[in-house]
Write a protein that binds this ligand. Structure first.
Ligand code: PEP
Ligand code: MG
Length: 543
C-alpha cells in the first residue's frame, strides 16, 4: 500500500484500476530533404488534418463543457494559423533542408521556451498549448496517435494532460485522472471540473514511478489523497465515501435546473462566491444563478506589482461574458488584514484587521481605486455588473466612493468608451457600524451584501484568524443575527435588496431564519449551491 497527496481539482471519490499513460514526446528524427517545397506541402496537409481534428474537438467541447471552456480550442486553432509559427517552420525546412517534423519540434521548443519565461502568467500557460499543437502536427505527419482509450473503466495516471486530451476523455470509462504535474488554474483542471471527472494534480514524479498498470487505487478528489494497492479497511472506508458521494450527486442531479423557491412561492437568488476566473466553470456546473461575490483582491495577490487596468478588465469581462445575463457582483479591492501584498507598502500594523484595509486603502489612494473602477466599468458593457464596496463604516465613505465612480464614468464618457448605464452599486455590511446606520446607508445604494465572516469578528471581538477563539466565536450569536435583521429591514424600507455572502449563507440551519428576515439573495461556495437550494425548497414561510 502506498499513499500520495496532491491537489484535488474536482471533488469526487473514485475506486478503480490504474491505466498508466507514460507519454513520450513524439520521437522526431532529423532527416535531410532535397525537395523542400514538397516537404512544405506535406506540412500544410498535416496542418489541414490537425485543423479538422481540432474543429471536431471544439464542437465536442462546446457540448461537454460549454462555450467559455471550449474557447481554449479556438486558441489552438488560432495558434495553428499563427504566421510567426508557420514562418519559422517554413524557414527551417527551406534553410536547413530538413523534414517538417524536425522543423516543428525546433519551432516548438523555441516558442515554448520564450513563452515560459514571460512575466504574464497567461502567456506562460500558453507554452503548454504550443507543445500541444506541435505534438498534434507531428502526429498528423507520422500517423502516430495520442493516448488511446481501452474502453474499460480505469483511472488515468499521467504526467500531465493537455486540454485536448482532457476533453476527449470518455466520461463513461474514465473514473478519475491523476497527474504527477499540472496546475489547478490550468485549462485541463477547469475542464475536468466542468466535466465532473474526479481529478488530482501535482502528485509528484514518485507517484508515476510507483503506479503500475492495473493497480487498484482509491482516489479522494476532495482531499487530494490517492492510495495505491489499499488494504481492506481503506477499501471499506472508500466504499462508504463513494456511496455518500453518489447520493450527493443524485441530489445534485435532481436539483439542477430547478427554481430556488420556497414551498409558498418566495423566490431567492442563489449565487456563487468566486475568487477568480478559474472558479467560473465550477459555479456554472453547480448551477449558480449569478455571482454574488467575486473577491477581486485575489487578482492583486501572489505578484510583485499591481495588476494593470487591462489585465483586470480581461478578468472582469471574462466573468461577465461567461455568466451572460446573470448578475455578477464584483467587490472592489479588499486588501489588508489577512490578505497582504507587499508592493502596497502598508506599514506594519498592530491590529491589521482594524487597520488600513479595503475601502480605506481605496479612498486614501484614489488613483489605485480609479484603475480598478475603470476596468470594472469598461467590463460592464459585457454583462450584468454590480459593484460592491467592502468594509464600509460611514456615510461619507459611500458618498466619496460614489463620487469617484462618477469621475470615472465622466472620464469614460469624454473618451467615448462604452459602459453599462445600469451598473448596480452596493456595499458590504460587515461592520457593526454599517448595520447600525443601515437606514442612512440604504438610500445611497442599490443593495447590501452581508459579510458574516467579518461582521461576526467585529461584533464579537473575535479575531477570525485565531483558532484559540473557536469556543468564544458563536457564529449564531443573537447580536450578529439581529444586526442582519436590522439591515434587511432598512434595506427594504429604501427599496434596496439584501444578500448574504459570508460563510453563514451556506449554513442551512439558519436558512429559514434568513428568509424570514427577508433576505433576497444568498451567495455561497459553488459546492454548497444545491444543498442550499434543497433547504430553501423545503421551507414554507407562510407557516
Ligand atoms: C465576509 O467578511 O463575510 C466576506 C464575505 O468577506 P471576506 O471573507 O472576503 O472578508
Ligand atoms: Mg469581509
Amino acid at each position: 500500500m502506498m499513499e500520495f497527496k496532491g491537489k484535488g481539482v474536482c471533488s469526487a471519490i473514485a475506486i478503480g484500476h490504474a491505466r498508466v499513460i507514460k507519454k513520450q514526446a513524439p520521437s522526431v528524427q532529423k532527416r535531410e530533404i532535397i525537395d523542400t517545397e514538397g516537404e512544405i506541402l506535406r506540412y500544410l496537409r498535416a496542418k489541414d488534418k490537425a485543423t479538422r481534428a481540432l474543429r471536431d474537438i471544439h464542437a465536442r467541447a462546446l457540448v461537454e463543457v460549454g462555450e467559455a471552456n471550449a474557447q481554449i480550442f479556438e486558441i489552438h486553432l488560432m495558434m495553428l494559423d499563427d504566421e510567426d509559427y508557420t514562418d519559422s517552420v517554413f524557414s527551417i525546412i527551406r534553410n536547413q533542408k530538413v523534414n517538417a517534423e524536425w522543423a516543428i519540434s525546433v519551432t516548438c521548443s523555441n516558442f515554448a521556451e520564450l513563452m515560459s519565461t514571460m512575466n504574464d502568467s497567461y502567456m506562460r500557460e500558453r507554452a503548454s498549448d504550443i507543445r500541444d499543437i506541435s505534438s498534434r502536427l507531428i502526429s498528423c505527419l507520422t500517423g502516430e496517435g495520442g493516448a488511446q482509450e481501452s474502453g474499460e473503466k480505469c483511472i488515468i495516471c499521467a504526467d500531465d494532460l493537455t486540454p485536448s486530451e482532457t476533453v476527449t476523455l470518455d466520461k463513461k470509462t474514465v473514473l478519475a485522472f491523476l497527474c504527477a504535474h499540472g496546475s489547478s488554474s490550468s485549462h485541463s483542471a477547469i475542464l475536468a471540473r466542468s466535466m465532473g471527472i474526479p481529478a488530482i494534480i501535482g502528485l509528484g514524479d514518485e507517484f508515476l514511478e510507483s503506479v503500475t498498470d492495473g493497480a487498484l487505487m482509491l482516489v479522494n478528489g476532495y482531499t487530494g489523497e490517492v492510495v495505491i494497492e489499499p488494504n481492506d479497511e481503506q477499501i471499506k472506508r472508500y466504499e462508504a465515501l463513494l456511496a455518500d458521494d453518489i447520493n450527493k450527486k443524485e441530489l445534485l442531479k435532481n436539483l439542477k435546473g430547478k427554481d430556488t423557491i420556497t414551498l409558498d412561492g418566495t423566490r431567492i437568488s442563489l449565487y456563487a462566491n468566486i475568487g477568480g476566473t478559474h472558479d467560473i466553470a465550477e459555479a456554472l456546473f453547480c448551477d449558480a444563478e449569478g455571482i454574488g461575490l467575486f473577491r477581486s483582491e485575489f487578482l492583486y495577490l501572489n505578484r510583485d506589482d499591481f495588476p494593470s487596468e487591462d489585465e483586470q478588465f480581461a478578468s472582469y469581462k471574462k466573468v461577465l461574458e461567461s455568466m451572460g445575463e446573470k448578475r455578477v457582483i464584483i467587490r472592489t479591492l479588499d486588501i489588508g488584514a489577512d490578505k497582504q501584498a507587499s508592493y502596497f507598502d502598508i506599514p506594519r500594523e498592530e491590529n491589521p484587521a482594524l487597520g488600513f484595509r479595503a475601502i480605506r486603502i481605496c479612498l486614501a489612494r484614489p488613483e489605485l481605486f480609479k484603475t480598478q473602477l475603470r476596468a470594472l466599468y469598461r467590463a460592464s458593457a459585457f454583462g450584468n455588473l454590480g459593484i460592491m464596496f467592502p468594509m464600509i463604516t460611514s456615510i461619507h465613505e459611500v458618498e466619496r466612493a460614489l463620487d469617484i465612480c462618477a469621475e470615472v464614468k465622466y472620464e469614460l464618457d469624454t473618451k467615448g468608451i462604452a459602459y453599462s448605464k445600469s451598473v448596480e452599486i452596493g456595499i458590504m455590511i460587515e461592520t457593526p457600524a454599517s448595520a447600525i446606520i443601515s437606514d442612512s446607508l440604504a438610500p445611497l445604494v442599490d443593495f447590501f451584501s452581508v459579510g458574516t465572516n467579518d461582521l461576526t469578528q467585529y461584533t464579537l471581538a473575535c479575531d477570525r484568524q485565531n483558532g484559540l477563539l473557536d469556543d468564544f466565536c458563536d457564529t449564531h450569536h443573537e447580536a450578529v443575527l439581529r444586526l442582519i435583521e436590522l439591515s434587511a429591514k432598512n434595506a427594504h424600507k429604501s427599496g434596496a435588496w439584501i444578500g448574504i455572502c459570508g460563510e453563514l449563507a451556506s449554513d442551512i440551519s439558519l436558512t429559514e431564519r434568513f428568509l424570514k428576515m427577508g433576505i433576497d439573495e444568498l451567495s455561497v461556495s459553488p459546492s454548497y449551491i444545491l444543498k442550499v437550494r434543497d433547504a430553501i425548497r423545503k421551507i414554507d414561510l407562510s407557516k
